[in-house]
Design a protein. Structure first.
Length: 117
């Protein structure tokens, strides 16, 4: 297992921005697809965005045009830039290694994002 450590969450007002980071330790992730998921209270964990090793990306419809996933292989880190935040973006955000949620059981512990109106 690669240790994945998320950071950058916090409290922000509607319309604001946050950038989440997912730093990987113990192995190089440049050859891995990586994803961001989120789980709101009472809801299932759901895909937000993912990025392949070659850089192609995929987004949930609810965040298209507002969120951007990227990676810095030199830093062994994946980012999620979140702009124009809405109250419905409030959730715990998790970093995952793999293209599909079932491809590995390698998850970070999550970081809380709270968007207030």
């Amino acid at each position: 297992q690669v240790q994945l450590v998320e950071s950058g969450g916090g409290l922000v007002q509607t319309g604001g921005s946050l950038r989440l980071s997912c730093a990987a330790f113990g192995s190089i992730i440049s050859a891995d697809a990586m994803g961001w998921y989120r789980q709101a209270p009472g809801k299932q964990r759901a895909l937000v965005a993912r990025i392949a090793s070659g850089g192609s990306t995929n987004y949930a419809d609810s965040v298209k045009g507002r969120f951007t996933i990227s990676r810095d292989n030199a830093k062994n880190t994946v980012y999620l830039q979140m702009d124009s935040l809405k109250t419905e973006d409030t959730a715990v955000y998790y970093c995952h290694r793999g293209w599909n949620s079932w491809s590995t059981n390698n998850w970070g512990r999550g970081t809380q994002v709270t968007v207030s109106s």
